[in-house]
Design a protein around this ligand. Structure first.
Ligand SMILES: Nc1ncnc2c1ncn2[C@@H]1O[C@H](COP(=O)(O)OP(=O)(O)O)[C@@H](O)[C@H]1O
Ligand SMILES: [Mg+2]
Length: 174
C-alpha cells in the first residue's frame, strides 16, 4: 500500500507494537504542537481534535493511545479504558480517552459523552467509535486498523478542516 494517498487519507503499515506506539507518539506530538502553535490562533484554539479508532479486538487501538500519551508527555500512563469507559488526562492539550465497547445504547444519553466530547478542550481518542458514531462530531479523523499477519494496516481519513490540520501534522511528525 502506498504511504501517501490523497490529501485527506493516509496509510501506513505497522510491523509491531513498538511501531504502533511510535505512530501514537507522533500523533501526541502533533496535537501538542498544534495546541501551542504560534502560527494561527484559529488552529491553536480549534478543538476538540477527535480521533475515532476502529478495528477488531487486539488491533492495537489502546497501544496507539498509549503512544499518544507518551507524545503528549502525560504524567500517567494511558491504560485501556474498556472497563471504566473513559479516562480524562490533564495535559497540554488534555486527553479524553473513551472506549465504547461495553457501553449499552440505553446508557449513551446518561453518560453525556456527546456533550463531553463536544466541549473537550483538547484531544479526544475513541476506541470502538464505529459502535456509536452519532456521539462524535463530523469533523474527525477516522483511523481503521486492520490485522495483517503480525503487522497492522493503519488507514487514517480526515473529515473536516480540524481533522485535516491534525492529520497533516501527525504524518509530518512521524
Ligand atoms: N503491529 C502491532 N501493532 C499493535 N499491536 C500489536 C502489533 N503486533 C502485536 N500487537 C499486540 O496486539 C495487542 C494489541 O492490544 P490493544 O492495543 O489492547 O488492542 P485493542 O485496544 O485494539 O483491542 C497487544 O498485545 C500488542 O502487543
Ligand atoms: Mg483497547
Amino acid at each position: 500500500m502506498p504511504d501517501r494517498l490523497s490529501a485527506g487519507r493516509r496509510a501506513a503499515r505497522v510491523e509491531d507494537v513498538e511501531q504502533m506506539l511510535a505512530l501514537g507518539r507522533a500523533l501526541g506530538r502533533a496535537a501538542s504542537a498544534l495546541s501551542t502553535s504560534a502560527l494561527s490562533a484559529s488552529v491553536r484554539d480549534a478543538h476538540p481534535l477527535v480521533v475515532a479508532l476502529s478495528g477488531p479486538l487486539g488491533a492495537g487501538k489502546t497501544a496507539l493511545a498509549k503512544g499518544v500519551g507518551q507524545g503528549l508527555e502525560l504524567q500517567a500512563e494511558v491504560l485501556s479504558p474498556t472497563f471504566i469507559l473513559m479516562a480524562e488526562h490533564p495535559g497540554s492539550p488534555p486527553l479524553l480517552h473513551a472506549d465504547l465497547y461495553r457501553v449499552e445504547a440505553g446508557d449513551l444519553d446518561n453518560l453525556g459523552l456527546e456533550e463531553l466530547i463536544e466541549q473537550w478542550p483538547g484531544l479526544v481518542l475513541v476506541e470502538w467509535a464505529e459502535l456509536y458514531p452519532q456521539v462524535l462530531p463530523a469533523d474527525r479523523i477516522e483511523v481503521l486498523i486492520g490485522l495483517d499477519g503480525e503487522g497492522r494496516q493503519v488507514e487514517a481519513r480526515a473529515h473536516g478542516p480540524l481533522a485535516q490540520g491534525l492529520l497533516d501534522a501527525w504524518w509530518a511528525a512521524r
